[in-house]
Design a protein around this ligand. Structure first.
Ligand code: HPA
Length: 269
């Protein structure tokens, strides 16, 4: 059985196919609690799903209805820095596609390279720079899923981003925009790396999201992504960086992010 088979069986024949998938990152899992008629399955019970082990990540899939829209929520994710092969990160994304989702909204916790967007801010991704040294599509290609060479010129969908901005405005929330640079981690960056990344055009830095976004475009999902800024990147702020610090500030950004995403899901059509 595939993961999609397990989920369909657990949810029952009457459960509507999800239209929208959301990945909730570090400290951002709260929205999953608002899913109605929920079927929740731990990743460990889903064939092929990579299981992460980081605090602040629940590690379960929740299928149901959010604000009237059929959704599938991935509460927590596995990361490359946990030693998980990049190709394994494809499984959850391809599973939500197999269930019927047409759009994927990715969230993450990130450090800001842009002092205008400090801790607690939220930032929609306009584009990314992949410095992870890995690509989840490396290896044999399954032509039934997507092409060998996939273009990423429009990786973060302009219309979806426009909708996010409209929702933020309606909620009175400032939504920044910027380029996300992905590193492997798990160490945070050095001040010299952050200076280099700023020169390269990055606005935020984090350890996730890029593999999922690539896999999603490959299998034909539209993608939007939002970072919850948990800290100024190394060398730009006074506070020493830690995972606890990430979780504390993610909770602050999460309040605004959840309002924006709730409205986005409600108005999604
Ligand atoms: N760097 C990388 N990843 C992060 C950071 C950071 O400063 N903050 C939260 N995730």
């Amino acid at each position: 059985m595939t993961a999609a088979d397990v989920i369909r069986e657990a949810a029952g024949a009457d459960a509507p196919a999800p239209r929208l998938a959301l990945v909730l990152g570090s400290g951002l899992g709260g929205l999953a609690e608002a899913v109605q008629d929920a079927t929740a399955i731990p990743y460990k019970d889903l064939p092929g799903f990579p299981v992460g082990s980081v605090a602040g990540h629940a590690g379960r899939l929740v299928l149901g209805t959010l604000e009237g829209t059929p959704v599938v929520v991935l509460q927590g994710r596995a990361h490359l820095y946990e030693g998980i092969p990049a190709s394994d990160l494809a499984v959850p994304v391809r599973t939500v596609r197999a269930l019927g989702a047409e759009t994927l909204v990715l969230t993450n916790a990130a450090g800001s390279i842009n002092p205008a967007a400090g801790p607690g801010a939220i930032m929609a991704l306009t584009d990314h720079i992949n410095m992870m040294g890995a690509n989840p599509l490396a290896g044999p290609n399954d032509d039934r899923i997507g092409p060998r060479f996939v273009g990423l010129g429009d990786i973060y969908d302009t219309d979806l981003r426009g909708a996010l901005h409209r929702c933020a405005q309606a909620e009175g929330v400032v939504l920044h925009e910027g380029v996300y640079l992905a590193v492997l981690g798990p160490s945070f960056e050095t001040p010299a790396e952050i200076r280099a990344f700023r020169t390269l055009g990055a606005d935020a830095v984090g350890m996730s999201t890029v593999p999922e976004a690539i896999v999603a475009r490959h299998c034909g999902l539209r993608v939007a992504a939002v970072s919850a800024i948990t800290n100024l990147a190394e060398g730009l702020g006074a506070e020493p960086l830690s995972h606890e610090h990430t979780l504390k500030n993610a909770a602050i950004a999460a309040q605004d992010l959840q309002r924006v995403l709730s409205r986005f899901v409600k108005e999604y059509n």
